[in-house]
Design a protein. Structure first.
Length: 157
């Protein structure tokens, strides 16, 4: 049973992150990777995992997208297993999983692109623009929306 919950959460995360990525694509087309703060963060994470200097791709950033999707899977699995804790300690968490997922995606945005901004910029020798942060915020809400819409169907099916 726990394996099915894990796989369901992973699948939900992959789908939500894929839709998040699709929502970011027009901004990447218009402004490049500087227009999508989330992709800058993912590029630095990918580079750190491989222990190499961040390489800012001018073509489509496949490795960044792969890291982005993996992060979406990990975040979704974490959300699934943290959900009972939210319900236990946060009174309003019982309202809906959609509300919880939107709040969770906002917290992820605060933790990584916002609070981690200086570290990411230093590690990647880059500057995350305010425009890139705004795009990141909007795309995190897309992630939270689909996470909150998809996950209940897998949990209660």
């Amino acid at each position: 049973m726990i394996v099915l919950e894990f796989l369901g959460a992973a699948l939900t995360g992959l789908a939500s992150a894929a839709l998040m990525t699709v929502s970011e694509f027009p901004f990447w087309v218009r402004w490049g990777i500087e227009g999508v703060g989330e992709w800058q963060v993912d590029t630095v994470i990918y580079s750190a995992l491989l222990r190499r200097k961040a390489k800012w791709e001018t073509k489509f950033p496949w490795s960044t997208i792969a890291t982005h999707l993996l992060n979406g899977i990990i975040a979704s699995v974490a959300f699934r297993f943290l959900l009972p804790v939210f319900i236990l300690f946060i009174p309003d968490a019982r309202i809906s999983i959609l509300w919880d997922a939107l709040l969770y995606s906002f917290v992820l945005w605060i933790l990584f692109p916002v609070l981690g901004r200086a570290s990411i910029e230093a590690a990647g020798n880059t500057k995350i623009s305010d425009r890139g942060l705004l795009v990141s915020l909007l795309s995190h809400f897309v992630y939270g929306l689909f996470l909150g819409l998809f996950l209940p169907h897998l949990l209660f099916a």
